[in-house]
Design a protein around this ligand. Structure first.
Ligand code: ADP
Ligand code: ZN
Length: 504
């Protein structure tokens, strides 16, 4: 096996759990391999594909991803092809498949349900089903693709052919779902270590994002990616961060293909370029020396965050990951939860509160990430913002109660500005017109507490004790009661002093 590894890929040794996975596959045992991005998942089916007689059918969700994989497989001399609507040489591919001349056949999941594809497979020698991005089969995953549910019936027609499901992004719930949905036994799950010790995590509230990013760029040389939530934001940031010294470019699916391709290859070749991109950027890109990944807004889930930050430091050298989040990210995400199908709402809420715990913890960020992937890490890692400089936390329970009471007393329709001015006892036309200056909450926040109002509002939004109204106001959320009744304390984490108040 090692000989073949060297002959085909030029590698002397396996990495991490690769050998364990390949061993199982070669014994014909169905397997779920949970391996982080960059751990070398493709090799675990490509190597067996060159060793067993017969073709390995690889299911992959994106045509672009398939073509990347195809190129790198062919570069290693593996006999491979894709069979997608975008391919003009389909007849040739089918002929090669029938003749047993393919080690790898990449297909999209939609094809699995086509009777004529089933028939075709029936006429060939199939050695392995490899299911890439296998979390797509689960409604619990962050990227559910209904077509993945068609794979089981197809594979069941080939009971002797082992299955290898691959994913980087599965929490415990998603994993057991993948096993069930794809018919893989529980003992067939192999989980790689998820720690990326060379990545330093830093997470901060968004306060003057452009300034925050400028400081970040100044402190972090080397190639970097800034992930922005929208196409427009990628362009805005690229513009704002360009200072004539370092090249900063935008990348998103709405750019003309030639611009996109040019920006991508410039980035891959560059030693200090910054690219402002939507999260699609980075998927099929092999650039091991990315020195930092910054998120300008909240990622979709812990898994997504882990995967996106995992694009930094794949060469093993020190790298950094930065996340700038805002309470409005949580507010918007909560609104979106209301819009998804009811069966999926609980999962979405769980995902969101896991993100809330990550951004708001006073403890080790890495410990939270690793626990999420089922590991039992030490309490501190020594290489995240909180471990390097433990934040102060203050008990803000009373301020939270005052804040929520003010929202309730003013009838759950005003925005943060008005709520704050009521709490601080600031006289205004609006306060007197509405009689808010006669409420018991008028002016009940003073002294040191005043500085806590903004962070308290943020924390209450993150926790679902406050919700945004349709008109930009604030109302009480489902979690408000436990705070108002004093059943739930609010410990607030304050970022280090030297950063506070700067860059507004
Ligand atoms: P994943 O799909 O898990 O994100 P890839 O399959 O794209 O990872 O592999 C990531 C990189 O690691 C590739 O550049 C690949 O060539 C390299 N790689 C994989 N296995 C090994 C190995 N055993 N030794 C050295 N490099 C490896
Ligand atoms: Zn830590």
């Amino acid at each position: 096996m090692l000989e073949q590894l060297h002959a085909v890929f030029g590698f002397r040794t396996f990495r991490g759990v690769q050998q364990q996975v390949v061993d199982r596959v070669l014994r014909g045992e169905s397997t779920l391999a949970v391996m982080p991005t960059g751990a070398g998942k493709s090799l675990t089916y490509q190597l067996p594909a060159t060793m067993v007689g017969g073709t390995c059918v690889v299911i992959s969700p994106l045509i672009a991803l398939m073509h990347d994989q195809l190129r790198s497989a062919e570069a290693n001399g593996i006999r491979a092809a894709t069979l997608t609507s975008a391919d003009e040489n389909r007849a040739e591919t089918v002929a090669r498949l029938r003749a047993g001349e393919l080690d790898l056949l990449y297909v999209a999941p939609e094809r699995a349900s086509q009777p004529h594809f089933r028939e075709l497979l029936g006429q060939c020698r199939i050695a392995l089903f490899a299911i890439d991005e296998a979390h797509c089969v689960s409604e619990w995953g962050h990227d559910f693709r209904p077509d993945y549910r068609l794979l089981r019936p197809l594979m069941d027609l080939f009971p002797g052919v082992p299955r290898l499901a691959l994913t980087a992004t599965a929490d415990a719930h998603t994993r057991s779902d993948i096993l069930n949905q794809l018919g893989i036994p529980e003992e067939g799950m192999i989980v790689a270590g998820f720690d990326r010790p060379n990545i330093r995590y830093t997470i901060r509230p968004r306060e003057g994002l452009t300034q925050q990013l400028r400081r970040l760029l100044a402190a972090n040389p080397g190639p970097g990616i800034v992930y922005a939530p929208t196409r427009a934001a990628t362009e805005r940031l690229a513009e704002a961060l360009s200072d004539g010294r370092r090249e900063v470019r935008a990348y998103h699916a709405g750019l003309p293909p030639e611009v996109r391709a040019a920006n991508q290859s410039a980035f891959v070749a560059s030693e200090d370029m910054v690219i402002c991109a939507t999260v699609a950027f980075g998927m099929g890109i092999d650039k091991p020396d990315v020195r930092f990944v910054a998120h300008a807004g909240l990622p979709k889930s812990i898994e997504a965050y882990y995967q996106e930050t995992g694009r930094a430091g794949r060469d093993g050298d020190p790298a950094t990951a930065h996340l700038f989040w805002g309470a409005d990210d949580f507010a918007r995400a909560r609104m979106r939860v209301q819009e998804v199908e009811e069966v999926r709402q609980q999962g979405e809420r769980t995902r969101l509160s896991a993100l809330g715990a990550l951004v708001e913890t006073a403890g080790c960020r890495r410990a939270i990430l690793l626990r999420h992937f089922g590991e039992t890490p030490p309490e501190t890692c020594g290489n995240c913002d909180n471990c390097l400089e433990p934040p102060k936390s203050v008990d803000a329970t009373v301020v939270a109660q005052k804040y929520l009471s003010a929202v309730a007393r003013t009838r759950q329709m005003y925005g943060a500005g008005h709520i704050e001015s009521v709490l601080l006892g600031q006289h205004s036309d609006r306060a007197s017109q509405q009689g808010h200056d006669t409420l018991s909450v008028f002016g009940i926040v003073e002294g040191e507490e005043a500085a806590l109002l903004k962070p308290v509002q943020r924390a209450l939004l993150v926790r679902g004790a406050l919700l945004p109204t349709e008109h930009g106001g604030l109302m009480l959320g489902p979690e408000a009661r436990t705070y108002l009744k004093g059943e739930q304390p609010l410990d607030l984490v304050l970022p280090p002093k030297r950063e506070r108040g700067r860059g507004r």
